[in-house]
Design a protein around this ligand. Structure first.
Ligand SMILES: Cc1cc2nc3c(=O)[nH]c(=O)nc-3n(C[C@H](O)[C@H](O)[C@H](O)COP(=O)(O)OP(=O)(O)OC[C@H]3O[C@@H](n4cnc5c(N)ncnc54)[C@H](O)[C@@H]3O)c2cc1C
Length: 467
């Protein structure tokens, strides 16, 4: 393939089953294997440690197609698709398999200023997107963390600071271009390959590698950016009141809550979010009810540009991500923050099994999109609930106390790979349709590193061994 021959010491670290000598010529120069000097910077992701046998780094859709062709010859090995490397459900690294790393495909380009249409490569991060759009006075809502990649988030949902006002990130999508399992390049829009376009908006990881996203931005001027830390004597009461305040706030205001196990003397809760207003009085008025939830121990409220909000995430250095081990995280959606939920959530936190507990406020524009319009069906949810824990068993046991309140989940914050979670994520109707699309576009199940919708199921509702 024209690859420089590796010294014996490097070759000794190669993993079995990979045809290193047959790496396509177009990918040879950028390919990284375990003994290479650059391996350290590409092996792991933000949350996971990894030991892939080969990392391919395409720069164009044609090279992505070459990489997929190579992966098709190695279907017995794990395959990870990596954009920004912040996957939680998405296993964008692995042990002994192949990773297709799209970080070089990070171009951000305004394609229609009048309609505010922007074309973005999967490898861009949301802080790069925010910085590029700042000059136009525009923004595309993503999440709460600018380090996250475009590829993983824009194929799953995108619940963030502007979602109540403008919808999920997938609701901004006008078109995607992708490379399918057979290596072909396709474009999907509402009228061109509409089934694929529907499925990509919520379950995109299953159907191919998106090489470009076209999204419509919104005009966003200066915003109020808020971080409040409070101590509350009674967590149950505070959660309940937070639920009332966060859901009754105008759509310009989105506040998320993070807490952990209670401390002696009370619980520490962090509230952080955004008020889409440039008027200091409006910002204070919107935030006052939140500040009243407990004793304020720390606060920062500033008038900022959206790019400054996204920029709070530090840059990933040239030596890459350094995640290690495996994260354990569960997601659930709730239609309303009821007194029973607040009680059971507080009890769950007292067990210590959940170290990081988060409530993301939804509603507003998210709920205005029809349930069947995208593969993210849970339009009526009021909150997305996340629980993270260091010990999987303790986390699962604690989370069981919440299950009867949950109605669906958001796949991006769920690490459970039980096929039963698929119905929670998509609902039975959408799941049937997704499976049909999967059979059409990826019958061999090449793309399976993230909430895998297996093309064929046996009678136990487990992925069939062999089609
Ligand atoms: C610190 C942190 C904060 C977060 N905040 C938010 C938030 O506010 N809102 C929210 O909605 N989510 C949030 N998430 C979840 C995040 O959206 C997902 O983890 C997402 O998958 C990360 O995208 P990535 O490109 O960085 O990840 P990667 O690890 O690169 O990819 C994750 C998975 O996405 C799929 N994928 C990646 N690129 C492509 C592509 N080009 N085509 C097809 N499939 C692809 C693959 O299956 C891959 O395994 C957060 C995650 C973290 C770690």
């Amino acid at each position: 393939s024209g690859r420089p021959r590796r010294p014996a010491a490097v070759r000794a670290l190669r993993r079995p089953g990979i045809a290193y000598d047959d790496i396509p010529a177009t990918l040879a120069a950028g390919a990284v294997e375990p003994g290479d000097p650059g391996y350290r910077s590409v092996r792991s992701t933000y949350l996971r440690g990894g030991n892939p046998g080969l990392v391919l780094r395409p720069r164009t859709p044609a090279e992505v197609s070459d990489a997929i062709g190579f992966a098709r010859r190695h279907t017995d090995l794990p395959l990870g698709i990596r954009s920004g490397g912040h996957g939680v459900s998405g296993r964008s690294t692995n042990d002994g398999g192949i990773v297709i790393d799209l970080s070089a495909m990070n171009r951000i380009e305004v394609i229609d200023p009048a309609r505010r249409l922007v074309r973005i490569g999967p490898g861009a991060t949301w802080k790069q997107v925010a910085a590029a759009l700042d000059a136009y006075g525009w923004a595309i809502g993503s999440g709460d963390y600018g380090g996250v990649g475009v590829g993983g988030l824009a194929t799953a949902g995108g619940i963030g600071f502007l979602s109540r006002e403008h919808g999920l990130t997938i609701d901004h999508l006008i078109a995607v271009e992708m490379v399918l399992a057979d290596g072909s390049l396709v474009r999907a829009t509402a009228t061109e390959n509409p089934d694929l376009f529907w499925g990509v908006r919520g379950a995109g990881a299953n159907f191919g590698v998106v090489t470009a996203f076209e999204l419509q931005a919104h005009e966003v001027a200066e915003v109020g950016s808020a971080q409040l830390m409070l101590v509350v004597p009674d967590l149950e009461e505070a959660l309940l009141r937070f639920g009332e305040i966060a859901t009754s706030a105008p759509r310009d205001t989105t506040v998320f809550l993070v807490t952990g196990p209670p401390q002696p003397g009370g619980s520490v809760i962090q509230l952080y979010g955004l008020v889409d207003s440039s008027d200091p009085e409006t910002i204070i008025e919107r935030l006052n009810p939140f500040a009243g939830l407990g004793s304020l121990v720390q606060q920062q409220v500033v008038l900022a540009r959206y790019t400054d909000v996204m920029n709070q995430a530090p840059d990933v250095g040239s030596d890459g991500h350094h995640g290690h081990g495996e994260p354990h995280s569960h997601s659930g959606l709730i239609a309303a923050l009821t007194p029973e939920f607040a009680r059971d959530a507080a009890a769950m936190l007292r067990t210590g099994g959940v170290q990081f507990f988060q409530l993301r406020t939804m509603g507003g524009a998210i709920a205005e999109i029809d349930r069947g319009e995208t593969a993210f069906p849970h339009r009526e949810a009021a909150f997305q609930v996340t629980g993270l824990g260091g010990n999987r068993r303790a986390l699962d046991a604690a989370w069981d106390g919440l299950r009867n309140h949950l109605d669906g989940l958001y796949l991006s914050f769920e690490t459970d790979t039980d096929p039963g979670r698929l119905a929670d994520a998509f609902g039975d109707r959408a799941l049937d349709r997704l499976r049909e699309i999967k059979r059409r576009y990826d019958p061999q199940n090449l793309f399976r590193d993230n909430f895998n919708i297996a093309p064929h199921f046996n009678s136990n509702n487990d992925p069939a061994e062999e089609a």
